[in-house]
Design a protein around this ligand. Structure first.
Ligand code: G4P
Length: 366
């Protein structure tokens, strides 16, 4: 199955974000803790260059806590300030205030040195659709928030939510789009339900999910559906369909029906807290990508070197031929070939031959 998704407003949203980012000090980026790699758009790294960066692993309540801890360490190593959040229940949300202060420490110090005191930090929320941006903003801003309105000249048309005396939040989040660099990214976004289900095949998704779970969360399908696990996704899907009596006319298994409720169970955390990707998987992928790039670069360099060598050889041969031709012309026009001398040499050689060797009846024709 090929996963594709091209929102038409993509480039307009990007332009808008480029403008908005100029106004802010810190970018608060939300990712889904179940797919912290696939739900993160790498383009934001370029867009938010030179800004403080906070990464929120949202929906942490749905993800595997061990994997979430790994992802926190992974992104911290990459220079982000990271926090775990459950925006729906408001868990970890208040902590984000402290994280903002921490992330903007240098900026606050710089302001102090310039004599600017208590200028609020300006923040902006970004993330791909469905990651929980609105839920987080509502939870973070709470009921007590006050919209500060337009600020002529500087923030024309912008609405800011004053969270407290230290922080102002741009009220419209920046919408990023998932980056389908490989099919697995598309598949993971589909798994969590962020691509319209009408364009996907539920059986293929459920098949892939069952395969993944049996490999990485052994025992979970058994615990949830009381089936014997194997390595194969299709066998698991069939066993679940049978167990739940998903049947078509004539007793044929209704795999589509089974797939739809398996995906629904997964998306609502009824199978368990599951994270679909780990930093080690991504690091492996990045290594493979780099190796491939190096191999291609090497191949190109070799082909280029070979081409250059052939070109040089052709050039040398051409130069040699030209030189020979030039010499021939020079001899021709300078009378360089001394026919008389050649004749003389031949005569002398023959005379020498007659003198030293046996006499001959052959008369040399003078
Ligand atoms: P967006 O602005 O980024 O597009 O996302 P939005 O806030 O609309 O959230 C998308 C869905 O994710 C919502 O569910 C929301 O409740 C849920 N959600 C957001 N944050 C969390 C979280 O931390 N944990 C959990 N478990 N869910 C979260 P919905 O099904 O669209 O609506 P509803 O179920 O809230 O009615």
């Amino acid at each position: 199955m090929v996963y594709q998704w091209y929102p038409g407003h993509m480039s307009k949203a990007k332009r808008q974000m480029q403008e908005d980012i100029k106004l802010i000090d810190v970018v608060i980026e939300l990712v889904d803790a179940r797919i912290p790699y696939s739900s993160k758009n790498p383009d934001i790294d370029k867009l938010a260059k030179n800004k403080s960066r906070i990464l929120l692993l949202n929906k942490a309540d749905m993800a595997d806590p061990d994997a979430t801890a790994e992802w926190k360490a992974y992104y911290e190593k990459k220079g982000y300030f990271v926090a775990l959040v459950n925006s729906k229940a408001g868990k970890g949300v208040r902590n984000v205030h402290d994280v903002i202060q921490e992330a903007c420490k240098e900026k606050i110090e710089r302001d102090k040195k310039k004599g600017i005191m208590n200028r609020p930090i300006r923040a902006m929320i970004v993330g791909i659709p469905n990651v929980g941006k609105s839920t987080f903003i509502n939870s973070f801003a709470g009921k007590a928030c006050a919209k500060t309105g337009n600020k002529p000249g500087v923030t024309k048309g912008k609405q800011w939510i004053k969270l407290n005396k230290n922080v102002e939040l741009l009220d419209t989040p920046g919408i990023l789009w998932p980056k389908f660099e490989d099919q697995q990214v598309g598949m993971h976004i589909a798994f969590i339900g962020s691509i319209n289900d009408n364009i996907l095949q539920p059986t293929e998704m459920a098949y892939e999910l069952c395969k993944f779970l049996q490999k990485n969360y052994s025992g979970m399908l058994h615990a949830k559906y009381d089936i014997e696990e194997s390595e194969d996704g299709l066998t698991a899907l069939e066993r679940i369909a049978k167990k739940r009596a998903c049947l078509l006319k004539g007793g044929v298994l209704d795999l589509e029906k089974a797939s739809i409720f398996i995906m629904d169970d997964f998306r609502n955390t009824r199978i368990g807290r599951i994270t679909l990707e780990r930093p080690s998987m991504i690091e492996q992928k990045e290594r493979e990508k780099k190796e491939k790039e190096v191999a291609i670069a090497k191949e190109n360099a070799e082909a280029r070197a070979k081409g250059l060598a052939e070109k040089a050889a052709r050039q040398a041969a051409k130069e040699e031929a030209l030189k020979a031709e030039k010499e021939a012309l020079r001899l021709k026009y300078s009378g360089g070939i001394d026919y008389e001398a050649l004749e003389r040499e031949a005569y002398e050689a023959y005379a020498e031959y007659q003198k030293e060797e046996k006499p001959s009846s052959y008369d040399f024709d003078e």
